[in-house]
Ligand binder design. Structure first.
Ligand SMILES: Cc1cc2nc3c(=O)[nH]c(=O)nc-3n(C[C@H](O)[C@H](O)[C@H](O)COP(=O)(O)O)c2cc1C
Length: 380
């Protein structure tokens, strides 16, 4: 069955998770090239206040390559009025085709202001934000992405799901962890199944710990979710999208057509160069592109036999020629290493969630805490 995000069919139902500092236009382009244009690719989070104030960095972050359809922007905000204005601006200026709202971010600079994963605890504030967003969205679909709750004692996802349905949200993505878990342990897919039962009216997208196409198929089967959202599994592996599409797309006889991609280091090196080049074009500066690319090097090369000296040099390259020369020094015929499968990216936990004073005292209080501190957090 085709996943519909408002007027946009997403077939097969695969979504690139918004990731701050990662899912910019160049990375989305790479993933789309591998998926053959299939799937949905969400921007990194954009702060509503920064958008409304036309902050220069934020305006770059909402850039879409001309071929990207639908254009998907993720917004983060704590103030219903500002969220409403940001959505209105997106509609009036035709900046995107879909708006996703971030209620899942666990980082202290966001939760300290009552934003991200802290927000759904305040049921009425959540409702106001959703109402403003949907009310200003015109025909654009509004979706939301959330975690299970703040911690095991403050679980919010079922309440938040019902509120989302009542306020006209088009679909919900659930990352099966609490904010307190950060990225530790394993995602609770059972919670995704519970949410699917609780909000039968709208699509539920499952998120958390999809490292392979098989994981995606298994999540859909085990939870009954309508689609999957994949984040860290794509870090240094944009070709995972090809596998996801193949596995979730049924063949003519109803059988999946999965053929896992296992590139050699030569093929990986080619993708690395292309990624760095796209970043340079996007930033209009080759050197800045290669410097921004540095964070991806360890993900792309994970598990390959490279040697610590060359690994270090790759991580400080500052031109495409230098990157190319270093990559050509590698033993490029190496096959895809088994050790490169499985978890990658953040896996750590946290002791506690940083919240505004008294945040947990009243789940129905509607006060906005952090509106003045929203600036400067686009892209995480
Ligand atoms: C580097 C990084 C940046 C992230 N930035 C965002 C973000 O901007 N918005 C958001 O909703 N989630 C963000 N996330 C969370 C992911 O979208 C996703 O929910 C999480 O990684 C779990 O999915 P996974 O197991 O497939 O990685 C980020 C995660 C990572 C690792």
């Amino acid at each position: 069955m085709t996943l519909q995000i408002g007027p946009h069919p997403v077939q097969p139902p695969v979504v690139l998770a918004p990731m701050a500092g990662i899912t910019n236009a160049p990375f989305r382009t790479l993933c789309r090239e591998f998926s053959g244009g299939k799937g949905l690719f969400v921007s990194e989070m954009i702060t509503t206040r920064a958008l409304v104030e036309r902050d220069a960095k934020t305006m770059r972050l909402i850039h879409f390559d001309g071929t990207e359809k639908p254009r998907s922007i993720q917004l983060y905000g704590v103030d219903p009025v500002t969220v409403g204005k940001a959505v209105r601006m997106i509609v009036d200026e035709d900046l995107a085709d879909h708006v996703d709202l971030n209620f899942g971010c666990p980082v202290p600079k966001v939760t300290r202001k009552g934003g991200g994963s802290a927000l759904p605890y305040k049921r009425n504030l959540l409702r106001s934000i959703l109402r403003e967003a949907v009310g200003n969205a015109g025909s654009l679909p509004v979706t939301m992405k959330m975690r299970k709750g703040i911690d095991d004692e403050h679980i919010t996802y079922l309440d938040a799901g019902r509120i989302a349905v009542e306020e006209g949200v088009t679909a919900i993505a659930l990352h099966g962890r609490t904010a307190a878990q950060h990225y530790s342990g394993t995602a609770d897919w059972e919670a995704i199944a519970r949410l699917k039962e609780a909000v039968p009216e709208i699509p539920v997208l499952g998120n958390g710990d999809i490292w392979s196409a098989d994981d995606a198929v298994r999540m859909m089967r085990e939870t009954g979710c309508d689609g999957v959202v994949v984040g860290r599994g794509c870090l240094g592996r944009p070709w995972l999208f090809r596998d996801l599409v193949a596995a979730l797309e049924e063949g003519p006889d109803g059988t999946p057509t999965a053929t896992p991609t296992a590139p050699t280091l030569r093929e990986v090196a080619r993708v690395m160069l292309r990624h760095a080049e796209l970043l340079g074009q996007w930033l209009e500066n080759e050197q800045r592109g290669v410097i921004d690319f540095r964070k991806h090097v360890a993900w792309y090369t994970k598990g390959f036999s490279i040697g610590s000296e060359l690994r270090k040099k790759l991580a400080i390259a500052s031109s495409l020629d230098e990157l190319d020369a270093l990559l050509s020094e590698l033993d490029l015929d190496q096959a895809w290493p088994v050790g490169a499968d499985g978890p990658r990216g953040r896996t750590s936990g946290r002791d506690r969630v940083v919240l505004p004073d008294g945040w947990l005292n009243d789940p129905y209080d509607c006060a906005v805490v952090g509106a003045d501190a929203e600036l400067d957090t686009s892209g995480g």
